[in-house]
Every structure is written in structure tokens, then in C-alpha cells.
Ligand binder design. Structure first.
Ligand code: SF4
Ligand code: SF4
Length: 62
């Protein structure tokens, strides 16, 4: 797992203060909306850290 999403901090995209900002900032389309939750596509993620820095709930780490 390259980037971890903490489900206790991310309550899903509908509840996200940034409207799913993690998905928007990832230039590599390495985060997908699956059933309303952000999911990291491991083989596409380069660990650039953009999503980690931009999540308003600090729900991501690498
Ligand atoms: S670390 Fe970078 S490449 Fe990986 S999911 Fe986050 S924004 Fe995308
Ligand atoms: S930006 Fe953070 S709180 Fe919003 S959907 Fe992504 S991981 Fe969840």
C-alpha cells in the first residue's frame, strides 16, 4: 500500500469538505470514486504526496 486512506477520518466523498479534493488533485488518476469512497489505484500512484497534502481531513498518509 503506497498511500493509506484512514476510513475513520474520511467519511466518503459526499461528506468531504473538499468535495473529493484528493481525486481532483491527482494528475495520474490514481484515486477513483468507488461507491462514494476514494480508493487508491496502487499501480498508478507514484507517491507524489499531493493528495496527502490537500486532504482537508488529513485522512491520507504515505
Ligand atoms: S500520492 Fe500522488 S499519485 Fe498517489 S494518489 Fe496521491 S496524488 Fe495521486
Ligand atoms: S480529500 Fe480526504 S476527506 Fe476528502 S474524499 Fe479525499 S480522503 Fe476523503
Amino acid at each position: 500500500m503506497v498511500v493509506t486512506i484512514y476510513v475513520e477520518k474520511c467519511n466518503g466523498i459526499d461528506a468531504c469538505p473538499g468535495n473529493g479534493l484528493c481525486i481532483d488533485v491527482c494528475n495520474l488518476d490514481a484515486i477513483e470514486n468507488i461507491n462514494g469512497r476514494p480508493v487508491i489505484i496502487e499501480e498508478a500512484c507514484t507517491e507524489c504526496g499531493l493528495c496527502v497534502m490537500n486532504c482537508p481531513n488529513e485522512a491520507l498518509s504515505k
